[in-house]
Write a protein that binds this ligand. Structure first.
Ligand code: DGP
Length: 119
């Protein structure tokens, strides 16, 4: 899948639409999900143009990947998610239910999150 420069997270990165930012550095932006599925629902995105975790893992450089997961740890700690635990999810592609084609990690917490999938 080629990267769509007009996806909603690309627009957020360009400052064309606002977000409720919780973290930013040269490599990573994190903001609150517009439709939270838990008391705390944060999205973490790399600033590079990667469609999903496969693209990021295969084509991201080592600094981008290091900075991404370092930021994820810092964001989880700073937002009080590490004490009782939380869930991190990367939906990928059609069957994974990915809606926005820019790689993002969901952090869900602030309460018990429940089973991984419902049937
Ligand atoms: P996914 O289904 O994994 O691609 O998750 C996309 C998430 O992005 C979904 O939980 C809703 C969120 N989202 C979509 N549009 C916006 C937006 O404009 N702003 C913010 N903050 N979140 C958005």
């Amino acid at each position: 899948m080629s990267y769509d420069q007009n996806n909603i997270f690309a627009k957020i990165l360009r400052g064309e639409i606002p977000c409720d930012k919780v973290f930013e550095n040269d490599y990573v932006l994190a903001f609150r999900d517009i439709d939270p599925k838990a008391k705390m629902h944060i999205l973490i995105i790399p600033k590079g143009a990667y469609t999903d975790i496969v693209d990021f893992g295969a084509n991201g450089n080592s600094q981008e990947i290091h900075e991404f997961y370092k930021a994820a740890a810092q964001i989880a700690q700073e937002n009080g998610l590490t004490e009782n635990g939380f869930r991190s999810i990367a939906n990928t592609g059609k069957w994974g239910g990915q809606e926005v084609p820019h790689y993002h990690l969901h952090l869900l917490g602030g309460e018990a999150i429940g089973p991984l999938v419902s049937k």
